[in-house]
Design a protein around this ligand. Structure first.
Ligand code: SAM
Length: 287
């Protein structure tokens, strides 16, 4: 049985509605309820939202469906703000995924917050989170960086600024620029850094290529690159502690600790073998 929305009482306010990034049935039941019940609908692409509503049997009825995107925001925002000021519920969906995530919605949300309206969301799919979920890279801390600049020099500088960020990086990229991005990544981050190219997630030709930056660049070198793509890159390996680091820390620790305690705390802090640090501490305190 096809899921369809239920008519619910919505408080006046702005509802950011996440929509599928591929599989139409990834819409949430609550998103369908909101699309069924909002007084006013707005979308980055009205045809896409209309189509999604048709798939799920959500009637538009005599409600307005307004277009709101990057190029008409200044003209369209006052209309949506006026609806909010009249106490209406306004649902906004971007073309796919979560609004505001490399998609319009920020200025609208900010204006609604400034005017004191309720701003809430029906959360759901986002390609960034879907890619992080399947990449096989640490997910405890990540940075979503969006699209890299398309011009070569600006892109390389942008990547250089990200190279040492201690978090897994999530980038969006177009198929036409994937190879150039992977080449720059290999040069700037090092060919051994682990990465995953996540393509067409939740769609028929979903594919995840995992490996070092060198491996994934090789995988896409000889074939046409198509579809929608997220690139996920591991953080830089922590710098391994040198003998100089250990010596400097030991000197400080020995000022207030016994040889044994100083060696134990420095070995633990730097992840070095206790025996090795203890020998170093003995030498330092003897000399
Ligand atoms: N707001 C959306 C979200 O929450 O994911 C992202 C919109 S952004 C304009 C579109 C980009 O998202 C695409 O160029 C691609 O990098 C990524 N993307 C969207 N759908 C995808 C999918 N099914 N598989 C892989 N990447 C996808």
């Amino acid at each position: 049985m096809a899921a369809s929305g239920q008519k619910v009482d919505l408080a006046p306010g702005l509802y950011f509605v996440a929509t599928p990034i591929g599989a139409a049935r990834d819409i949430t039941l609550r998103a369908l309820d909101i699309l069924t019940s909002a007084d006013v609908l707005a979308a980055e692409d009205t045809r896409t939202l209309r189509h999604l509503m048709e798939i799920h049997g959500v009637p538009l009825g005599d409600r307005s469906l307004l277009s709101y995107h990057d190029h008409n925001g200044d003209r369209a925002r006052p209309k949506l703000m006026a609806a909010l000021a009249q106490g209406k519920s306004v649902a906004y969906a971007s073309e796919a995924g979560t609004p505001l995530v490399a998609d319009p919605g920020f200025q609208l949300g900010r204006a609604a917050i400034s005017a004191g309206h309720l701003v809430t969301t029906a959360p759901g799919p986002s390609a960034a989170i879907a890619a992080l979920t399947v990449a096989g890279l640490p997910s405890d801390r990540f940075l979503f960086a969006g699209f890299a600049p398309s011009a070569g020099g600006a892109r390389r500088q942008w990547l250089a600024d990200l190279a040492a960020v201690p978090a897994t990086l999530v980038l969006y990229e177009s198929p036409a620029r994937l190879r150039a991005l992977l080449t720059d990544l290999g040069e700037i981050f090092g060919a051994d850094r682990r990465a995953a190219v996540c393509r067409e997630l939740t769609k028929r030709f979903e594919e995840v290529v995992r490996g070092t930056l060198q491996d994934v660049a090789a995988a896409f070198a000889e074939r046409p690159v198509k579809g929608e793509i997220v690139v996920v890159i591991d953080r830089a390996a922590p710098r391994s502690a040198s003998a100089d680091d250990a010596e400097a820390m030991l000197k400080e620790a020995l000022e207030c600790q016994s040889i044994r305690d100083a060696a134990a705390s420095v070995a633990e802090a730097l992840g070095l073998p206790k025996r090795q640090v203890y020998q170093m501490a003995l030498k330092l305190s003897a000399g």
